[in-house]
Design a protein around this ligand. Structure first.
Ligand SMILES: NS(=O)(=O)c1c2ccccc2cc2ccccc12
Ligand SMILES: [Zn+2]
Length: 263
């Protein structure tokens, strides 16, 4: 039976490398973003990171057992420029990471500080590769936009469209369609400054194929919205094992470059 990885002491990040060798590599994610070593790069300023998404309704959201994931393959979407060279990346899916309390939950940290959660918009390189699966086998195959969550009093309307479906996907393997129109652009902060580095998937098999772009400015969600995330079950049956924590702690940056762009 395939080993069930997770986030507990017996199957969590500390032991992933036993079954997934790449998890022990030198280009792993997430990382702690040490702002004092981030270097400005005029190339990032000259080749502005640009994105274009479609608004879609009836997107499928599922409970993966490790969190919720919205399948959003958008042939009309484009992420390009910035650290992405001449290639165009297309949106594939988006998902989120959170913690047991709002004092934790993000995967990346900034100068050792964790945020209450982190949204990931996952894209693949359609210039060079023919499929998402093929792209995930190459060092420039994927690009993930990371957006931090801060807790505030204002409910995030776009996140609320996700939250309103969670009661229908309480158990692992369940899925439903989101009736509302989702525009991925609305997940992005107003300030578009970011950090970027070469990394990996933050979950097994931890392929080292991701160009990470982590926005500096967080977006705001409410504690109640995060409480709803934590009500998802990691199990498919009646046994309730809530998904209260699904983030990997920071991995060594090693000798990788950490660049920043103050858009
Ligand atoms: N955190 S991640 O963006 O590296 C990530 C996933 C995280 C959780 C569940 C599934 C994920 C699938 C991914 C596929 C490609 C790139 C990142 C992915
Ligand atoms: Zn993720």
């Amino acid at each position: 039976m395939a080993a069930e990885w997770g986030y507990s002491p017996t199957n969590g990040p500390d032991v992933w490398a036993r079954l997934f060798p790449q998890a022990g590599g030198a280009r792993q994610s997430p990382v702690d973003i040490c702002t004092s070593i981030a270097s400005s790069d005029s190339n990032l300023e000259m080749k502005k990171l640009t994105f274009a998404y479609e608004s879609q309704s009836d997107l499928r959201i599922l409970n993966t057992g490790h969190g919720w994931k919205v399948e959003a393959p958008q042939s009309g979407s484009r992420l390009e420029g910035g650290p992405l060279g001449e290639d165009i990346y297309q949106l594939e899916q988006f998902h989120c990471h959170w913690g047991e309390t709002s004092a934790e939950g993000s995967e990346h940290t900034v100068d050792g500080r964790a945020y209450a959660g982190e949204l990931h918009l996952v894209h693949w390189n359609t210039t060079k590769y023919q499929s998402f699966a093929e792209a995930a086998q190459h060092p420039d195959g994927l690009a993930v936009l990371g957006v931090f969550f801060d807790v505030g009093n204002e409910s995030n309307d776009e996140i609320e469209k996700i939250v309103s479906t969670l009661s229908e996907i309480k158990f692992k393997g369940q899925f439903t369609d989101i009736p509302d129109v989702i525009d991925p652009t609305t997940f992005l902060p107003s300030g578009l400054g970011y950090w970027t580095y070469l990394g990996s998937l933050t979950t097994p098999p931890c392929n080292e194929c991701v160009i990470w772009i982590v926005y500096k400015e967080p977006i705001t969600v409410t504690e109640e919205q995060l409480v709803q995330f934590r009500c998802l079950s990691a199990c498919s049956g009646e046994a309730e094992e809530f998904i209260v924590k699904n983030y990997r702690p920071p991995q060594p940056l090693g000798n990788r470059a950490l660049r920043e762009c103050n858009a």
